[in-house]
Design a protein around this ligand. Structure first.
Ligand SMILES: N[C@@H](CCC(=O)N[C@@H](CS)C(=O)NCC(=O)O)C(=O)O
Length: 245
């Protein structure tokens, strides 16, 4: 199978962690969505990452991809067995993808990292301040009531744990860590989950992706053992996406 999308994207990281849990190997074309060529835009109708290609089958969206992986490769399952637990796990995945995505990706990581780096423009300081002072604390208050004191959300480490924890790595890249005095469960859960091998195994590739400039990046990733595709859909010049901005 092939995955298109940067190791640094929380949605790509979520898919890779699920593949790791299932013992599925993959090749990856770790492009940033704004650096995708026309073929990328054909494969990903919303110009977003991740994209999964399995033979002649191709789909986008991390939730759709994880559901496909769970259907096609059921063992071990990504969701708990009980119907109500399954619904709760899916809800928490949705909360992470939509709300944590809005806060940690679009309001922090995009403003503090992507805008200066990709577009050469400053981030929206008002949006950053509102996120740090009001919106992120409200989301963490909610998660503090949902997350377990120890272990995982359901019996085994699974999709809901992965979906939530993944966003906190980008929050940290944008300078935000949960305060352990105010949100002890959130802080401990995030630390525990991100230390899991499903996340730890791709961290060296994230470090390269974040530190090596685009010209030397593919070679540095190959040198570190990243399972890159032979061909990339990357372009040297960024183009705006179609969903926001
Ligand atoms: N709902 C999608 C969201 C994916 C997403 O927003 N990915 C970001 C990268 S972290 C992206 O491709 N953004 C480009 C854009 O929206 O233009 C999923 O779960 O895969």
């Amino acid at each position: 199978m092939k995955v298109i999308g940067s190791f640094v994207s929380p949605y790509v990281r979520k898919v890779l962690a699920c593949m790791h849990l299932k013992g599925l190997s993959y090749e990856i074309d770790p492009i940033t969505p704004f650096f995708g060529n026309d073929e990328f835009r054909r494969l990903s109708p919303l110009s977003r990452i991740p994209v999964l290609i399995d033979g002649d089958f191709c789909t986008s969206d991390s939730s759709v991809i994880c559901a496909y992986l769970d259907d096609a490769f059921p063992d071990p399952p990504l969701l708990p067995a009980d119907p109500k637990d399954r619904a709760r796990a899916r809800w928490l995945e949705e909360f992470a993808d939509t709300r944590l995505g809005d806060l940690f990706i679009w309001s922090l990581f995009y403003q503090r990292v992507v805008r200066p780096l990709v577009w050469g423009e400053p981030g929206d300081e008002q949006r950053i301040a509102k996120t740090l002072n009001e919106d992120a604390p409200a989301a963490l208050d909610y998660l503090e009531g949902e997350l377990p004191e120890s272990g995982w959300l359901f019996r085994d480490f699974g999709l809901a744990d992965i979906a939530i924890a993944s966003f906190f790595r980008n929050a940290a890249y944008a300078g935000f860590e949960p305060d352990a005095d105010r949100w002890p469960r959130v802080a401990a859960f995030v630390q525990r989950a991100l230390a899991h091998d499903a996340f730890a195994s791709t961290l060296p590739f994230e470090d390269i992706q974040r530190s090596v400039d685009i010209k030397g990046r593919r070679q540095a990733l190959l040198d570190a053992g990243a399972p890159l595709t032979a061909k990339t859909l990357g372009t040297p010049v960024p183009r705006k996406g179609m969903m926001r901005l």
